[in-house]
Unconditional design. Structure first.
Length: 318
């Protein structure tokens, strides 16, 4: 059957985590997974914003089961406790969506001394994948979906300056952080296949998703008529964040999806229903990905593909 973005595959038996699920595209991914019947966990630093997102989802999906996981991706030392606090026996879907984009200099570092965008967008998700490993392994065939970005297309990773300490430009650094996420996701799938794991790693991107084309959700996103009217011309080539969520949801739920794929909008990769895209060669380069992986292990102190990270929760707790 053809995929219907408004009526995706039912997911009543699935547990799904969406990082940054309280706002933006992450909110709509969470809403759509809840509409499909999944139990959804919102990974969010802000409990009040997570509560508002839960309330907004409940308006549209009264029977939804939506949980909150306190999550600060910039604080690597907090991630294990966040995962340990999840009252779930398995995780079928993890959507790595959360991220930050800093618009202006100067370069900023977190408490650990890591550049803020690289730390949050890439290193935080890299470490989170490690700590989620047992929960993902406990599911029959879990999927990890990493949200990429158009910003990664024009960037390249410099393994000698991954955190842009020598040459910092906020837009370039953001693009490189998203490229690092995508490179990690493709490399993770290669390593999972080599280990004989049933878990899949896929990439999705939202195309051109604008606030002005996004439907309102009280408490989460308000789009007044004046802004909607101003955004109408852009709708010829771009779309709102509700539609921007479709590729990730299809990657998460389509029974035909396989590891290593990238899903994006159908029309020039900018708008429309989701389809499989061919990633650019620099996104899947194995040598660069291996170097990034080794550097990420050194910076975070964990390895998502290590045998211990792939054991089921009962085995790891035993």
């Amino acid at each position: 059957m053809a995929w219907n973005v408004h009526r995706p595959t039912r997911a009543a038996h699935l547990n799904a985590l969406v990082t940054g699920g309280n706002a933006g595209i992450g909110y709509f991914i969470a809403e759509q997974l809840a509409e499909a019947g999944a139990t959804v966990v919102l990974g969010s630093r802000n409990a009040a914003k997570a509560a508002a997102a839960r309330a907004a989802i409940a308006v549209r999906v009264p029977q939804a089961r939506v949980l909150h996981m306190p999550l600060d991706l910039a604080d690597l030392s907090s991630l294990k406790a966040s995962v340990d606090g999840l009252e779930l026996d398995r995780l079928d879907i993890a959507v790595f969506n959360a991220g930050i984009a800093l618009d202006n200099p100067p370069r900023r570092e977190n408490a650990a001394g890591h550049e803020q965008m690289f730390a949050t967008n890439h290193l935080g998700h890299f470490a989170l994948a490690h700590w989620l490993g047992p929960l993902l392994k406990a599911a029959p065939a879990a999927r990890l979906i990493t949200m990429g970005s158009f910003a990664a297309r024009s960037e390249r990773l410099d393994l000698d300056d991954l955190q842009c300490a020598r040459s910092y430009d906020p837009k370039q650094t953001y693009g490189r952080s998203k490229l690092a996420q995508m490179s990690f996701a493709f490399e993770l799938d290669r390593r999972l296949r080599a280990a004989g794991s049933d878990c899949l790693s896929l990439v999705a991107h939202p195309g051109g998703a604008l606030d002005s084309l996004t439907p309102s959700r009280p408490g989460v996103h308000v789009n007044p008529l004046s802004r909607r009217l101003l955004g109408l011309p852009a709708g010829v080539m771009l779309q709102g964040k509700e539609a921007g969520a479709w590729p990730a949801v299809r990657a998460a739920l389509d029974p035909e999806a396989v590891g290593g794929q990238m899903w994006g909008p159908r029309v020039f990769g900018l708008r429309g229903e989701p389809r499989i895209e061919r990633p650019q060669p620099h996104m899947t380069d194995a040598e660069t990905a291996a170097g990034l992986w080794d550097a990420s292990v050194e910076l975070t102190g964990v390895d998502p593909a290590a045998p211990a990270a792939l054991r089921g929760r009962k085995a790891s707790n035993g």
